[in-house]
Design a protein around this ligand. Sequence first.
Ligand SMILES: Cc1cc2nc3c(=O)[nH]c(=O)nc-3n(C[C@H](O)[C@H](O)[C@H](O)COP(=O)(O)OP(=O)(O)OC[C@H]3O[C@@H](n4cnc5c(N)ncnc54)[C@H](O)[C@@H]3O)c2cc1C
Length: 422
Amino acid sequence: MTRQSSRSDPSSRADCLIIGGGASGLAAACVAARRGLRVTILESRDRVGKKILATGNGRCNLMNAGEPRYCGQAAFALRALERCPQRKILDFFHGLGLNTVEEDGLVYPATLQAASVLEALRLPLEGNPKVTVLTGTQAAEIIPGGDGFCVRSREGGLFEARRVIAAAGGPAQPKLSGSDSLYPALIALGHALVPPRPSLTALVTEKSDVRGLKGLRLPAVCTLCDGQGLPADGAEGEVLFAEDGVSGVCVMQLSREAGRLLDAGDRPTLYLDFSPLLGLAPRRMLHTGPRPAGARREEVLRWLRSRERLLGREHALIGALPRLLRERLQGLSGPALAGMLCAFPLRVTGLRGWDHAQVAAGGIDTDGVDPDTMESRAVPGLYLTGELLNVDGDCGGHNLMFAWASGMLAGESIASSRGGRS
Ligand SMILES: Cc1cc2nc3c(=O)[nH]c(=O)nc-3n(C[C@H](O)[C@H](O)[C@H](O)COP(=O)(O)OP(=O)(O)OC[C@H]3O[C@@H](n4cnc5c(N)ncnc54)[C@H](O)[C@@H]3O)c2cc1C
């Protein structure tokens, strides 16, 4: 057990004990500590905020300034964000000294470094004698009793607290601190679990469908269709090709629906429309009939004919498509080639698992939690926040945004119930 910062007796009763020093736990700690509470954070890993450092490819897309977009028990997330809206989250970070920038609604630290976000959260905690951070301490059991709680760690420690915040996240990316270790303790207290599934993850496809394309990064309009060829979801962006599938933000965005179809025994296909490469305006999700090629194929065919007139049939794709894709399409011409250019099919066979997922879809059922305060309805004085709950957001800052908002609400609620400073 490492003590990063300590009070005289860390095992003495805290006002607020936070299980998990990730995004929501640190936000809760900052709010509670600012209101004068004695705060203890139990963190199972050797340091806090490990996952934060990896977010947004190391840039940390910490929030989304646009319409909140959530799945799972989305209404719960929206209610929490009504109580702790985007402006309040931004004010919170600005109050910690973090400058932010916005690019098309995506909010980043002005430094474009995730480390700045973690530093801003850590600084007020490290300098506060009422805050204790215990790393290498995995909470295993939460025991309510009297007017508070006792939390037992896997290492055998006992920690008393007036209030407890469960902020232990979900199982996505175990190397970056993802864990399902707190679910059993919460189930034992009467909370229901919606079984978690990897989400915002890469898609595994038939190997033959991506043959020869490994290493390519191509802009495309992606349409995920079910086994009948009916569009189920769509997204647009850069697609990264691997030996056994595809990834990239737009692909990850479709993984939730792909997972649902696969779980239902369906055989989804991802169609890639390379219109952005061809200089044609992307037409996202306009495909309503079976197979997404439809009307777009005529347009692509016209594009192809004009290229052939300009460059000759043999060289028509040079300068428009990278070599690897041209080689894959060799031997095709006319409507068949146009069809592949606007609906390149990848048969989806699976999702990359927890090691590649950015979030867990599923988690503790929010019916057992008050969205205004994050307090458990089953166990008063216990609060649940962040990805631990059955809420998952789209790519673009929505997941961290819910983590901050729920953590702040829990911290505030505990401080208010004790009459802490405002
Ligand atoms: C690679 C990657 C990139 C991402 N990028 C973005 C992004 O740019 N924008 C965005 O919005 N979201 C992003 N996310 C998702 C986002 O990071 C999470 O949704 C968010 O961190 C969840 O916050 P949390 O506090 O609920 O959980 P976490 O941040 O995961 O924190 C949970 C903490 O609890 C600790 N813990 C777990 N169990 C126990 C226990 N029993 N006892 C003690 N401690 C425990 C863990 O070690 C961890 O430190 C990304 C995720 C990944 C994996």
